[in-house]
Design a protein around this ligand. Structure first.
Ligand code: FES
Length: 174
């Protein structure tokens, strides 16, 4: 219904949250990253239409905002799953077999790097250092940091998350 329109422009909630950021900012475009995050929080990712709407609201060009969105790693410009798995593949994790663990995760989820599971539950994204090198290998699932990973730990994390996701999806569909 009104959802399609909602997906094109900015919702009232998004505009209010962005305006609250602008109220404390020296100029409108200085809240670009916060505005992208606000929209992403509502929609999981930032579509071209959303990006144009944000740029117009911040009185900046879409190209300039696109540059900021591209530079900032955690803004997603393609559809993503309900939870993002950020998997570190930098050197401290690589020394501790992050390559093998990455292959293990991909095989469990049935996806490749950068892909989303068919049930839309997870997007798997290899990333540079997550800042916990002394506890390598490391990944984040949503907001949760998981350290000292091995295959057993991953097997314990992924089924639990899969069940949680299935429960949530079942609730949504009723
Ligand atoms: S290298 Fe993996 S957390 Fe730093």
């Amino acid at each position: 219904m009104g959802k399609d329109n909602d997906m094109r422009g900015l919702s009232e909630l998004e505009i209010n949250e962005i305006n609250a950021e602008i109220a404390h900012a020296p100029y409108r475009s200085s809240v670009a990253i916060e505005a992208l995050k606000i929209v992403q929080k509502q929609r999981r990712w930032v579509s071209d239409d959303s990006l144009v709407a944000i740029a117009e609201h911040l009185e900046m060009s879409a190209e300039e905002l696109e540059g900021i969105a591209t530079f900032y790693n955690h803004i997603y410009r393609h559809p993503v799953g309900e939870k993002i798995i950020l998997f570190c593949n930098s050197v401290s994790c690589w020394i501790r077999d992050s390559d093998g663990l990455e292959a293990h995760i991909c095989s469990r989820l049935g996806v490749g790097p950068g892909e989303t599971t068919p049930d839309d539950a997870y997007t798997f994204i290899p990333v540079p250092c997550l800042g916990a090198c002394d506890r390598a290998p490391v990944m984040m699932v949503g907001d949760d940091l998981h350290q000292d990973l091995d295959q057993d730990k991953i097997d314990g994390i992924l089924p639990a998350l899969a069940n949680e996701s299935l429960v949530n999806r079942g609730d949504d569909q009723r």
